[in-house]
Ligand binder design. Structure first.
Ligand SMILES: Cc1cc2nc3c(=O)[nH]c(=O)nc-3n(C[C@H](O)[C@H](O)[C@H](O)COP(=O)(O)OP(=O)(O)OC[C@H]3O[C@@H](n4cnc5c(N)ncnc54)[C@H](O)[C@@H]3O)c2cc1C
Length: 400
């Protein structure tokens, strides 16, 4: 019997399936994932799990019994290889499964370096899956030399964990500064100082010529001719939306699987959610890579698959843990023309992004009050006077 089939068994899939059942979908429900494990959370892969402080069981997004209790068939370790839109079936592992409605939650895949640059040498890792992190775990020995390529959140989190575990860490960023794509120069300055204070050799404006080694990576040749020895390398150079299945099926793809405001693809029987999908945002499109987005979008899409007809309105938020710092981000800073710094209590600090007088986003480091206040204000479309924000005497509770 046909029903709903979800392709990809990650964060969005788990929320989508749970919400479908919670909203009363009693028909067949299957999740097909290419990883061999039930849906798990990825953020700890570059934080607590990599640090060795979080056991494997705590990565799981649902208790093991949840799936059977909810009547969800899990097909794991099975890449879906094709969608037949006319027949409404998906193919995997030599079999086909029919669907009435299909949801694609295929996530994103890490950018890799081409083999000609040493990208396929043993000892070169991405940080996307449990398998990636388990494969590099034996190399996390005190004194080992780790080169991290890329100064985004994943690279910086890996640097923090490695330096905490006693590795000697070099991080190179080709752009003029770290966090160039996602945060202000002020936020970057603060995190650069944090990493250097922990002994990370952080080099910006430093391109990679290629990785070196014959049978295993031994280091890197930088664009400026410098050689850096390394026992292993982590690439944190961004991700690409995983759209290959959707493209092969002829669905529209524009920076991710292109959805309408309800979360439907160019085929009315197929929906999508999470990192793999982009939604309309004015005349442009928006694709977010975050847990909050994967959950909210999946829950909205679940409701719409059952006929709710409610547009998905993203409420962006994100976090990053580095050393003893929790960074919390609310809103999207695209289009900002100034950044206001606000000192918080203790080690706390926050950076408030404005376009003219309009508050767009807040980066709050060890300052949960600034984060919560900023998030509430942004979601309510309210913009406090930047001068009041900059003044440490202003009571944020009164603003919210
Ligand atoms: C190391 C790391 C740290 C992160 N830290 C944070 C953080 O601090 N805060 C935050 O908000 N976000 C963080 N993120 C991002 C967050 O984890 C993702 O945005 C979220 O997992 C997206 O959920 P998803 O379901 O769209 O994709 P995923 O969770 O990636 O799930 C997609 C699944 O689909 C599978 N798949 C793909 N193609 C197929 C196919 N053809 N057949 C079957 N299965 C397929 C994939 O293998 C994968 O298992 C982090 C991500 C990583 C990797």
């Amino acid at each position: 019997m046909a029903g709903i089939v979800i392709v990809g068994a990650g964060q969005a899939a788990a929320s989508l399936a749970a919400r479908l059942r919670a909203l009363g979908h009693t028909g067949d429900l299957a999740i097909i994932g290419d990883e061999p494990v039930p849906p798990y959370q990825r953020p700890p892969l570059s934080k607590g799990y990599l640090l060795g402080e979080m056991p494997l069981e705590r990565l799981a997004l649902r208790a093991p019994a949840f799936w059977a209790d909810q009547g969800v068939s899990l097909h794991l370790g099975q890449p879906v290889t094709a969608i037949d839109r006319a027949a409404r079936t998906v193919s995997f592992g030599g079999r086909t499964l029919p669907y009435d409605q299909l949801a694609l939650t295929t996530g994103a895949r890490p950018r890799r370096l081409p083999p000609a640059l040493g990208g396929d040498l043993p000892g070169v890792f991405a940080v996307r899956s449990l398998a990636d992190v388990d494969a590099m775990a034996p190399l996390f020995r005190p004194g080992a030399r780790l080169l991290i390529v890329g100064g985004g959140y994943i690279g910086l989190e890996a640097a923090a964990v490695a330096s905490k575990r006693g590795l000697r860490v070099t991080l190179i960023e080709a752009a003029p500064r770290i966090l160039g794509r996602v945060a202000s120069a002020k936020t970057a300055d603060w995190f650069r100082a944090l990493h250097r204070s922990h002994g990370v050799d952080l080099r910006e404006g430093t391109g990679l010529d290629r990785l070196l080694g014959e049978t295993h990576v031994t280091g890197a040749l930088l664009a400026d001719g410098t050689r850096i020895p390394a026992d292993f390398v982590i690439l944190g150079i961004g991700v690409l939306p995983e759209t290959s299945l959707a493209e092969a099926a002829g669905l529209t793809v524009i920076d991710g699987i292109a959805l309408d405001e309800l979360g439907r693809t160019s085929d009315p029987a197929i929906w999508a959610a999470g990192d793999c999908a982009s939604v309309p945002a004015g005349k442009a499109r928006l694709r977010l890579e975050s847990v909050g987005n994967a959950i909210d979008m999946a829950e909205c899409v679940a409701a719409n698959m059952l006929g709710a007809g409610q547009p998905y309105v993203p409420k962006p938020w994100f976090w990053s843990d580095q050393y003893d710092v929790k960074l919390q981000i609310a809103g999207l800073n695209t289009g900002h023309d100034r950044v206001v710094t606000r000192p918080g209590a203790g080690t706390g600090i926050s950076f408030w992004y404005y376009a003219g007088d309009r508050l767009l986003a807040v980066d709050a480091a060890n300052d949960p009050r600034a984060y919560m206040t900023g998030k509430r204000l942004i979601e309510a479309g309210r913009s406090p006077d930047p001068a009041a924000i900059a003044d440490p005497a202003t009571d944020l509770r009164a603003l919210a």
